[in-house]
Unconditional design. Structure first.
Length: 252
């Protein structure tokens, strides 16, 4: 089960495609000074791989590249993500082609030579639009997840709605979670939801500690050891932070 993508990183990532080495270096300096994280490329093909790996907020590309044109770049990128802003740079005389690109979904275009401040302003607007798009996607994902979780943690009371919301907020957090409750109140169901809705790899593993012998119980110093008063009854795969439901009474 995939988690909602919260895209919580703060950097503004730009994939830059420009085959003029001198101009590309100049653009890199300008963008980095403005606070952007730049992924520069001379050709389009490796840039497509970077778009998938680096998840940029905006792509800045020359309209005419060696062997590839900006319209092809635009089509390829929008095939991967139709909402990713693409800003085109074009030399004088290519305005009709640039306008065609806008009609086909480009965010904006700049005619060379252009004012660096104008470039930065356009990219900042594109990044903000991208962030809003990602936030909207995340909200839709969270609503879909909440609907699925309601089939597991059932109930329409205020307490159950608050519980489901809490689980959704805690699930992606890189932290251990302690769940306390009386027998039969659904601690393992909550632990399962925390694991399933976290998006982490690995299977959920439930352990019945009351059935374990003294030799099988975790000893002090062992990663699974907590305290004699509270032993784990369930936790997720050791590959990820544990989701642990703890007993509130000591062993007898």
């Amino acid at each position: 089960m995939n988690p909602p993508d919260n895209n919580g990183d703060s950097g503004s990532r730009v994939v830059l495609i420009e085959d003029d080495d001198h101009f590309r270096r100049s653009l890199i300096r300008t963008l980095e000074m403005a606070g952007f994280e730049v992924f520069p490329f001379r050709e389009a093909e490796p840039a497509f791989e970077s778009v998938a790996a680096s998840r940029p907020h905006v792509v800045l590309t020359d309209l005419y590249l060696g062997g590839t044109d900006g319209l092809t770049v635009l089509a390829e990128i929008h095939a991967m993500d139709p909402d990713l802003p693409v800003v085109l740079m074009t030399a004088g005389g290519n305005i009709p082609t640039a306008i065609k690109a806008i009609r086909e979904g480009a965010y904006d275009f700049l005619e060379k030579p252009f004012d660096p401040d104008r470039l930065v302003t356009i990219l900042q607007r594109a990044v903000e639009q991208r962030r809003l798009t990602l936030e909207n996607r995340s909200l839709k994902d969270r609503l879909a997840f909440a609907s699925g979780m309601a089939q597991i943690l059932q109930g329409d009371s205020v307490a159950m709605r608050e519980l489901r919301d809490l689980v959704l907020r805690l699930a992606p957090a890189p932290a251990n979670v302690i769940i306390l409750g009386e027998t039969g109140t659904g601690k393992e169901l909550v632990a399962r939801c925390l694991h399933e809705f976290s998006g982490r790899r690995g299977n959920f593993v439930a352990i019945n500690c009351t059935a374990m012998t003294c030799e099988q119980r975790p000893k002090a110093g062992h990663p699974q050891y907590h305290s004699p008063a509270m032993w784990p009854t369930s936790y997720s795969s050791p590959e990820s932070p544990r989701t642990t439901a703890l007993r509130s009474r000591p062993w007898r």
